[in-house]
Design a protein around this ligand. Structure first.
Ligand code: SAH
Ligand code: SF4
Ligand code: F3S
Length: 437
């Protein structure tokens, strides 16, 4: 009998991308094959995200589009990831198209669940674990320049707006030697850059080593040119970690430091555990220690009861700090969260949208000025692949800014590091002159 063929689509954050590589590995070991199109598949898996309403809507849209495959060919449909965990039986109603549900800690059970479903019985596994880190499973990744490596899973912070502690459960870290072994394997297959992932990555601790130790160990793996990490929480940024970033040439000078808001009452309601002044002090400390560090952030606009003057403090925070870029989100109430249980989602849609639009406009101007300020500088670029045009290379600066430059150097290839002089810039992209040798 031919091996069943699986198509997986991944939504959400890099952690989900990484988990899809784990799922592929688990299924491959049980004899499954893979395809790049849903039409050719016997099994369609959606690895889902629950972070905001529009993430949900995207998945519902895709499920609708799969209806005909189920009706015509009896394809098995599985929903994995955070939405499976958060909505559980809501998704498995009797008329639902879904045959299998598996939360982020249940992927080892997936082959068995799929077998049950193929025998006509809906199957679900949504228990969270305090221990599961998939320690013995090597992710099935496409060899390339960059790899994600999950170093810890779960989150214990319980920011009141956030569903992640409910979908991914308690924090747990892999051991440093285990992470280093995975990075060594990636380096052997040609990978040049690793991004260490965790919902709350800087609270990593394996009992012996902390996150700064882990970063330095990762950056010392032979063949690895760049180490990145995401996302750190501002509450866990000790001097030792800043020293590691500032001093180690292979640890990228980019810190994504989600602020969420600029008003203390709102930050307290969000349970972020820092004040705006403390956040600003941390930024000052980072830039004093290492001025070339590129800072980026996440902002939520329109959180419960946010008044206009409170929102304006967030606006001022972006104006003052001048992040290289910022993701700005409209607050979206999530089932099970503390905010959903305790606070009214009472900022109108219109006001939320206006605030988001104003913040994005402000940030676009700042990002453009930031990027134009780099014109004339020579930056080291790690080539990732071709640009949108076949006669261009695309890569990133150490600070993570996308850079495009003409292919005038015959010897370059994805994975090459090259010095490029910046000659032009837009809000999102730097343009370089032919590579200097
Ligand atoms: N663990 C990461 C964030 C993961 S979610 C961290 O703490 O930095 C990524 C971003 O989504 C968050 O930083 C936040 O800005 C946004 N977000 C999370 N929950 C949200 C919600 N309910 N509504 C709107 N944005 C949200
Ligand atoms: Fe969510 Fe806060 Fe944890 Fe980030 S730190 S995943 S925002 S609860
Ligand atoms: Fe989404 Fe889950 Fe990641 S909710 S952002 S896929 S941790």
């Amino acid at each position: 009998m031919r091996a069943p063929c699986v198509y997986i689509e991944t939504f959400g954050c890099q952690m989900n991308e990484y988990d899809t590589e784990l799922v592929r590995s688990i299924l491959k070991n049980r004899g499954y094959g893979f395809t790049d199109t849903a039409d050719a598949a016997d099994v369609v898996l959606l690895n889902t995200c629950a972070i905001r309403e529009n993430a949900h809507n995207k998945v519902y849209g895709h499920l609708g589009a799969l209806k005909h495959l189920k009706e015509d060919k009896g394809v098995v449909i599985g929903v994995l990831g955070c939405m499976a965990q958060n909505l559980k039986t809501d998704l498995m109603g009797k008329d639902s198209l879904i045959d299998v549900l598996a939360g982020p800690d249940s992927y080892r059970a997936l082959p068995d669940l799929l077998e049950q479903a193929a025998a006509g019985k809906k199957a679900l596994a949504v228990d969270l674990s305090e221990y599961e880190t998939y320690v013995d499973i090597a992710p099935d990744r496409v060899a390339g320049v960059a790899a994600w490596v999950a170093v810890m899973r779960g989150c214990d912070n319980f920011c009141t707006f956030c569903v992640v502690p409910y979908t991914r459960g308690r924090e747990r870290s892999r051991t440093l030697p285990d992470v280093v072994r995975e990075i060594e394997a990636a380096a052997e297959s040609g990978c040049k850059q690793v991004t260490l992932l965790g919902q709350n990555v800087n609270s990593y601790h394996d009992g012996t080593s902390d996150f700064a130790d882990l970063l330095c160990a990762a950056a010392s793996v032979s063949g690895i040119e760049r180490v990145r990490f995401t996302s750190p929480h501002p509450k866990d940024f000790p001097e030792k970690l800043l020293d590691a970033v500032a001093e180690h040439p292979k640890i990228c000078k980019h810190i994504h430091l989600p602020a969420q808001a600029g008003n203390d009452r709102i930050l307290a309601m969000m349970n972020r555990t820092y004040t705006c002044t403390e956040y600003r002090k941390l930024v000052e400390q980072i830039l004093t220690r290492c001025p070339q560090i590129v800072l980026t952030t996440d902002i939520i606009a329109g959180f419960c009861s946010e008044a206009d003057d409170e929102y304006k403090e967030t606006y001022r925070l972006l104006e003052d700090i001048r992040f290289a870029s910022a993701y700005v989100f409209k607050y979206s109430e999530r089932k099970h969260t503390i905010a959903a249980r305790k606070f009214a989602d009472d900022v109108s849609e219109q006001v939320k949208s206006e605030r988001v639009t104003q913040l994005i406009e402000l940030q676009r101007g700042i990002s453009l000025a930031y990027n134009l300020g780099m014109i004339g500088e020579v930056m080291e670029i790690l080539v990732e692949g071709e640009g949108k045009r076949a006669d261009q290379w695309m890569g990133r600066t150490d600070g993570n800014i996308v850079t495009v430059f003409p292919k005038t150097h015959g010897t370059l290839k994805p994975g090459s590091l090259i010095s490029v002089r910046i000659v032009d810039a837009t809000v999102t992209t730097l343009y370089g002159e032919s590579a200097l040798s």
